[in-house]
Design a protein around this ligand. Structure first.
Ligand SMILES: C[S@@+](CC[C@H](N)C(=O)[O-])C[C@H]1O[C@@H](n2cnc3c(N)ncnc32)[C@H](O)[C@@H]1O
Length: 255
């Protein structure tokens, strides 16, 4: 059994000794791999009632949850394993003036499934296979949603001439198989949004993490190699994604 610290480290793709430094390494990024604006726009098209409730699973620093609360006025609960991100989300909601309709909770989304009142919509953005393969993930996250409610999943599939041969991405599949996994629990695919690739943004993200790693290495020379390795790993992962995967946002309606 993994300790809580090991679980958080695995979830964040970092060595446990890096955890205290992660907030600083990722300080320049609000969205951690997703597009909060596009996710919110996609949800907006569903025409949910004003009192609809949303849960953002693995909400990271709260960018998506706060955007939904701000732009759509909906009530959002963000859940994340990593306590510093939960605090960051709370502060962000206060800064943006939506603290009254945006709450955050520290916890494991796999363990909490089925324990909270079911809501109208869940978001699952940029978590990959941390709680299982896509079909297993859908089986878990649909437990947060009322029948007829929605699951909004932001992830990726392997492009036709691409490969999933990269550490941590082995379970990714081509488009047809990905859609089969998404709908394997009997939910209906309502829409698929394929965002335009923003290569510049991905390059910037890599450079921002590398910049923070360099600054941190000056302050903590004994950890220097670990910081630089983290930055290099993030950068090579971004390049792998760019060359092999197609990002997508899928909306499923729970059967
Ligand atoms: C790449 S970030 C994405 C964050 C956010 N959804 C976004 O798009 O900005 C993945 C997040 O999932 C969280 N996470 C991973 N596994 C989790 C779990 N089992 N329970 C709760 N949070 C989890 C991590 O702590 C991390 O903040």
């Amino acid at each position: 059994m993994r300790t809580e610290e090991e679980m958080v480290a695995y979830a964040l793709e970092a060595e446990p000794e890096l955890l205290p430094y992660l907030p600083e390494l990722l300080a320049d990024l609000e969205e951690l791999g997703s597009d909060a604006e596009l996710i919110t726009e996609t949800i907006g098209k569903l025409g949910l009632p004003a009192d609809a409730k949303v849960i953002d699973l693995g909400c990271g620093k709260g960018a998506v949850a706060v955007e939904i609360a701000t732009e759509l006025g909906l009530n959002v609960l963000g859940i994340d394993l990593f306590e510093p991100f939960v605090t960051h989300g709370q502060n962000l909601a206060t800064e943006e003036g939506v603290a009254d309709r945006c709450q955050f909770l520290q916890g494991d989304i796999a363990k909490l499934a089925g324990t909270l009142d079911p809501v109208d919509l869940v978001v699952f953005a940029a978590l990959g296979d941390v709680i299982g393969r896509l079909d297993e993930t859908v089986a878990i996250i649909r437990r947060y949603v009322k029948p007829g409610g929605y699951l909004v999943i932001s992830d990726a599939f392997v492009q036709d001439d691409g490969s999933a041969d990269f550490p941590g991405f082995e379970q990714y599949a081509k488009h047809k198989e990905t859609l089969a996994r998404l709908t394997s629990q009997g939910d209906k695919l309502v829409s698929e949004v394929l965002p335009e690739l923003d290569e510049e943004q991905e390059d910037d993200e890599g450079a921002m993490i590398a910049g923070r790693a360099t600054m941190l290495a000056l302050k903590h020379p004994d950890m220097g190699d670990a910081f630089m390795e983290f930055a290099a790993m993030q950068s090579s992962e971004n390049h792998f994604i760019e060359d092999n995967l197609v990002d997508a946002i899928w909306v499923l309606q729970r059967g």
